[in-house]
Design a protein around this ligand. Structure first.
Ligand code: HSE
Length: 325
């Protein structure tokens, strides 16, 4: 299975290092970052590409672009891992459209195209008889999309509640447990590679809302976008508010909620008892699904991080690989 990787940030580096360790059957034929690219239809060493990136800041030749990779390289799956643009989804959505139109499968961790153009991209994939998979867009390592589309197929999902942003959860945990200020905790989350390229997406609740929209469209095919979500972030939360909640055996978490029968798509900081299943620590995410057959299911796992998110990307690549065999 030949893959071309676009984007060599936190997730891209994680994926290359995982493929280097255990990518049997996967041949890396091209890589592009925002300023360069490299193509070798015989296959590239993920380790060598990573070393070059660390040494020079570039993965390949400055004259080559992501577009040239997508249009000319030999690959079965385009793995699109560039940073999210929540306003336009560009340039990723153009990359994804081009690859699907070439009859290539697409695996992405990029939330913009899936949140804004889900129906169109799914239809394009269907028309070209290829797969579009996006497990890594929501909740990092937790296989939530797979669970919804496969494990819980046949269930009616009535509602979902979740902690969907690792950065906010890390900040809230550190403010409560160590008494850090909001800014100190945010800086730590950035250093650990949890935050988005623009951390305003995290702390203003936008990232969690985008993930909620992706889940709602996956489950209920609602055709909604970010504009349909009511969003409040944690950027205005004070250390005093966190301390007051702690004094009452409670804590504050940024909770995403989707309850279609009430027309509710909402992200907001909530005071909840410490014993609640959604009270998870650090960069963990948690999602509770309320279903008709399986009852309530809560999944917990790392919501951000290089290798953890690469786990979700690798799962999608291998799913397509195994389906073709
Ligand atoms: N910035 C995101 C988070 C990364 O903190 O959850 C994973 O989407």
């Amino acid at each position: 299975m030949k893959i071309a990787v676009i984007g060599l940030g936190t997730v891209g580096k994680g994926l290359l290092s995982v493929i280097d360790r255990k990518g049997e059957g996967i041949l890396l034929t091209a890589v592009a970052d925002s300023k360069s690219a490299i193509i070798s239809n015989q296959g590239l060493s993920p380790k060598t590409v990573l070393e070059k990136k660390v040494k020079t800041g570039l993965c390949g030749e400055p004259g080559l672009t992501a577009k040239s990779v997508i249009d000319t390289a030999d690959y079965d799956i385009l793995v699109e891992l560039s940073p999210t643009n929540a306003d336009t989804a560009e340039p990723a959505v153009t990359y994804i459209r081009s690859a699907l139109a070439r009859g290539k499968h697409v695996v992405t961790s990029n939330k913009g195209p899936i949140a804004l153009y889900y129906r169109e991209l799914k239809e394009l994939a269907h028309k070209n008889e290829v797969s579009l998979r996006y497990e890594a867009t929501v909740a990092g390592a937790i296989p939530i999309i797979h669970t919804l589309c496969h494990g819980l197929k046949g269930n009616t999902i009535k509602s979902l509640y979740g902690v969907l942003n690792g950065t906010c959860n890390y900040i809230l945990t550190r403010m409560a447990s160590e008494g850090l200020t909001y800014l100190q905790a945010l800086n730590e989350a950035r250093e650990l590679g949890y935050a988005e390229a623009d951390p305003a997406y995290d702390v203003k609740g936008i990232d969690a809302a985008i993930k909620l929209v992706i889940l709602a469209n996956t489950i209920w095919d609602m055709g909604i976008t970010l504009k349909d979500a009511k969003v409040t972030g944690i950027d205005l939360l004070t250390s005093d508010a966190v301390r007051l909640a702690e004094e009452q055996e409670s804590t504050i978490r940024l909770i995403a909620e989707a309850v279609p029968e009430k027309g509710m798509i909402r992200v907001s900081p909530r005071i909840i008892p410490k014993s609640h299943p959604l009270v998870v620590d650090g960069s963990l995410n948690a999602i509770t699904l309320c279903t008709d057959l399986a009852g309530e299911i809560t999944m917990i796992g790392k919501g951000a991080g290089s290798i953890e998110t690469a786990s979700a990307v690798l799962g999608d690549i291998l799913f397509i690989y195994e389906k073709k065999e």
